[in-house]
Design a protein around this ligand. Structure first.
Ligand SMILES: Cc1ncc(COP(=O)(O)O)c(C=O)c1O
Length: 463
């Protein structure tokens, strides 16, 4: 069990950002020294020649090349949302400049072109996660809406009183709350798997929890707080043995590694475009074709019908059945461009590079005294994604994030990361989180660690 950290009542609430040149701020190390290894000293650097993937791809992301609060921006909030390469920005601009039009219902040139590009984006998503056919991809607003779609469509028509839905305490609120609402309506019961002492969801307990009463498992692929991965292939196998379905929340895996829905045999899988270098406002649901065909509509309106009469309507086949109204056309096309961009690099290359970065981040953070990093220690056999949620003894995570931003231009996140049950389980109300993507470098990690040590020194000087 993680140690319970007590936070002081003191809060860093300075309304005037401290200028980096302010004499009141001692930049440098007072009590702590930063013993993070230098990039050059680390073995297994996943680089191409002498240049890392991060260095190679950074020029593609215009936003990264700016100063924030007088310092070079170091963006380490990628688990919240990723940055967008020029190729995606251009695809969006090109859509609005050259062929902005509504899809599926026009016969004119612009509408035909927009429809082609929109449906091409669906094919790209399908190929990216190896769905059997594009019709298994439903465009939604984001992963949250995709989960709600399954909850209200599949859930309301398949769940009855006493049916069980198995989840872990580490799920994102988006994967918990829709099922709470549907459980209230159907009488189904939610069962939660706790963590082991290593701060990973207890997979053995999860296996034991699955029974003939289980109708659905809702599990993350990679935790947005713990950085741990669940063995989805095995979980799906156990679930199918009792006739249960599995919904995989792949928000933190699809942007960072190759995900193959056919190999995993997942019934449903969701992800958000904005975490995978695409625009906000679009995400997707993958569903096995037979399941989607059997599901009733989620939202009613234009585009999702076959025929409308005054007293009833008949519905289109999936995917249209679940895409009511004008969709996010430019955003879907932007997501397609993001997939082209990621695929050109190669998801295996991205994954290999990020594993190396993940270990570097973890070891660097652990070398700072007073820091507790949540989740498993990475090893040859234990995977850790390239993010670390952590707390520093006696300093509130929001103070850390604020100081890092205002004094050093380092963007990290603080709070509960939409995982309050998990934080309660860890014995804290909040944590700080640094999360990386393939365009980050070890220099970014070094800059963060130096800034964190300075932050700790600053707050410790008040004691
Ligand atoms: C694991 C996980 N699931 C679900 C979500 C929800 O994604 P969105 O807000 O894009 O719907 C997130 C976003 O932070 C996440 O990290």
């Amino acid at each position: 069990m993680a140690s319970v950290l007590k936070f002081p009542s003191f809060k860093f609430l300075n309304p005037n950002p401290i200028s980096p040149t302010s004499a009141s701020v001692q930049v440098g190390f007072r009590r702590f020294s930063c013993s993070a290894p230098s990039s050059a000293a680390v073995e297994g650097d996943s680089s191409i020649g002498s240049v890392s993937l991060g260095h190679l791809t950074r020029p593609d992301f215009p936003i990264l090349h700016q100063e924030v609060n007088g310092s070079k921006l170091v963006y380490l909030d990628n688990a919240a949302t990723s940055q967008k390469p020029t190729a995606v920005l251009k695809a969006l601009q090109n859509y609005y400049e050259a062929y902005n039009s509504n899809v599926h219902r026009g016969i004119h040139f612009l509408s035909a072109k927009a429809t082609d590009e929109y449906e091409s984006a669906r094919r790209k998503v399908a190929a990216f996660i190896n769905a059997s056919e594009p019709g298994e991809i439903i465009f939604t607003r984001n992963a949250t809406e995709a989960i709600n779609l399954v909850a209200y469509s599949w859930g309301l028509s398949n769940l009855k009183p006493e049916d069980e839905i198995v989840l872990t305490v580490a799920e994102h609120h988006s994967a918990i709350v829709p099922w709470q609402l549907v459980a209230q309506k159907t009488g189904a019961i939610l069962k939660f798997v706790n963590l082991t002492e290593d701060e990973v969801p207890d997979v053995e307990k999860l296996k034991e929890m699955i029974s003939r009463k289980t109708k659905l498992l809702v599990v993350h692929h990679i935790s947005n707080v713990l950085a741990s991965a669940l063995p989805i292939y095995d979980i799906v196998h156990w679930a199918h043995a009792v006739g249960a379905k599995v919904l995989v929340d792949a928000c933190q895996s699809v942007p960072h590694m190759a995900v193959d829905v056919q190999r995993l045999d997942a019934d449903f899988l969701v992800a958000s475009s904005h975490k995978m270098c695409g625009p906000t406002g679009i995400g997707f649901l993958y569903g096995k074709s037979d399941l989607l065909f059997a599901m009733p509509p989620f939202l009613g309106g234009g585009e999702m019908i076959s025929d409308v009469f005054l007293d009833h309507s008949t519905f289109a086949e999936p995917p249209s059945r679940f895409e009511a109204g004008t969709p996010a056309i430019g955003e879907a096309i932007g997501l397609g461009a993001a997939i082209d961009y990621l695929s050109a690099i190669g998801m295996q290359k991205i994954h290999d590079y990020e594993v190396d970065l993940a270990n570097y981040l973890y070891e660097s953070l652990r070398s700072v005294p007073g820091v507790h990093v949540y989740g498993p220690a990475p090893s040859q056999t234990v995977f850790r994604a390239a993010l670390c949620s952590f707390n520093v003894e006696n300093i509130h995570p929001t103070d850390i994030a604020t100081f890092l931003d205002q004094q050093h231009g380092v963007a990290i996140r603080s709070g509960h990361h939409c995982a309050q049950p998990l934080h309660r389980h860890l014995g804290v109300s909040a944590s700080a989180r640094a999360s990386l993507h393939f365009y980050n470098t070890k220099e970014d990690v070094d800059a963060f660690i130096h800034a964190l040590v300075d932050t700790i020194n600053f707050f410790s000087s008040f004691k």
